[in-house]
Design a binder for this molecule. Structure first.
Ligand SMILES: [Zn+2]
Length: 352
């Protein structure tokens, strides 16, 4: 029997296709590519999964977790950038920030909205590597619809559904994007479960190699949504650097940090802590932010997790026995990303 978890898909997500990113001022090859989703889809279809086309939703679920100003900026930035001629002078085809209203700059004053578009970017983006290209908005908005369609399947009674989202979303806060993410697909899904009327308490469990800082920030003061993340310790020098430490605690937030080099055993012990926290929270539905960049061959993290452990993590998350929306986050090695996602979903499927 094939994989029973439906796979939600949107072709429009391909429209975000940056050829380069900007890191430390240098143009580097992009690795958050449309081919990532293609590889995942083909692995899941090869295992017998049913692919469901994403359906469009209005902006209400998006605006439930993001500031309207952020959404409007993302919607319009590239066309304004293009109209103002930045692709020709200075020759930058993508929207990229250069000045940022840090607390040190503002010295206690409220940030204004800059007149120049080149400066406005810094008001909404917290890094210089997450550029906005011609199709970025369309793709990021489609990824939100993908997450919402998977959530609708679960609200409609499916025990689990998988949203094959890209670009990813878990680094985006209520008012700021970055970390190769534009809109927080998993946070939208969690809030949609809450607003769907069947779930009073939701757990958003993030197993991406990097801290899910976006959901932590969005739900910091909302104890109806537990946010819990297992990730490489930012103290070891990893993104998002300023957040994700074990001692950050809110009414319902858990950060499990792992030292560089951690393998299956330590990572699965971290997953167990997420499961325990979900039980203690009394959650009645789960969103899994499934990044697979903790995989042993992924250069984007120093963790060393195998496919065996991703399968086992799926099983352990499945033992909660709760309706589960799985949302794709990171995972950048094209040769293995599909197999790792499949392993996690097969593990989850075994418990159904
Ligand atoms: Zn990641």
């Amino acid at each position: 029997m094939g994989l029973s978890i439906p796979v939600v898909w949107s072709d429009a997500q391909r429209r975000h296709a940056p050829e380069t990113g900007v890191w430390l001022g240098v143009a580097i090859d992009a690795d958050e590519l449309p081919a990532r989703a293609d590889r995942i889809r083909s692995a899941l279809e090869g295992a017998g999964a049913t692919v469901v086309e994403s359906e469009s939703h209005d902006d209400a679920p998006l605006l439930a977790v993001h500031d309207a100003g952020l959404v409007e900026f993302l919607r319009t930035a590239w066309s304004e950038w293009s109209a103002e001629g930045y692709p020709d002078d200075p020759g930058q085809p993508d929207v990229v920030g250069y000045i940022f209203p840090t607390p040190g700059l503002l010295s206690g004053l409220e940030p204004r909205v800059p007149t120049a578009l080149s400066a406005r970017t810094g008001a909404w983006c917290f890094d210089t590597m997450t550029v906005i290209g011609e199709g970025t908005w369309e793709a990021a908005r489609a990824a939100v619809d993908t997450a919402l369609t998977a959530t609708d399947l679960v609200l409609g009674g499916a025990p689990a559904a998988y949203a094959c989202c890209r670009p990813p979303g878990h680094h985006v806060t209520r008012t700021a994007f970055g970390g190769s993410c534009y809109l927080n697909n998993a946070a939208v899904a969690a809030q949609h479960l809450r607003d769907g009327g069947t779930s009073s308490r939701v757990a958003l469990l993030d197993v991406d190699a990097h801290h899910g800082n976006g959901a932590q920030a969005i739900f910091w003061e909302h104890d109806d949504v537990l946010t819990a993340s297992v990730h490489v310790d930012p103290t070891d020098g990893w993104f998002p650097h300023f957040l994700g430490f074990a001692d950050e605690s809110g009414p319902s937030n858990l950060n499990v940090t792992l030292p560089s080099g951690s393998g299956d055993e330590a990572w699965l012990a971290g997953v167990d802590r997420l499961v325990e926290a979900t039980r203690a929270h009394g959650s009645d539905a789960v969103v899994v932010a499934l990044g697979v960049d903790a995989g042993i061959d992924d250069p984007n993290s120093p963790l060393a997790v195998t496919a065996h452990a991703f399968r086992e993590a799926g099983r352990r998350l499945g033992t909660l026995g709760l309706p589960t929306v799985v949302v794709q986050e990171g995972g950048y090695v094209l040769d293995t990303v599909g197999a790792l996602v499949l392993a996690a979903l097969e593990g989850l499927d075994e418990t159904r």
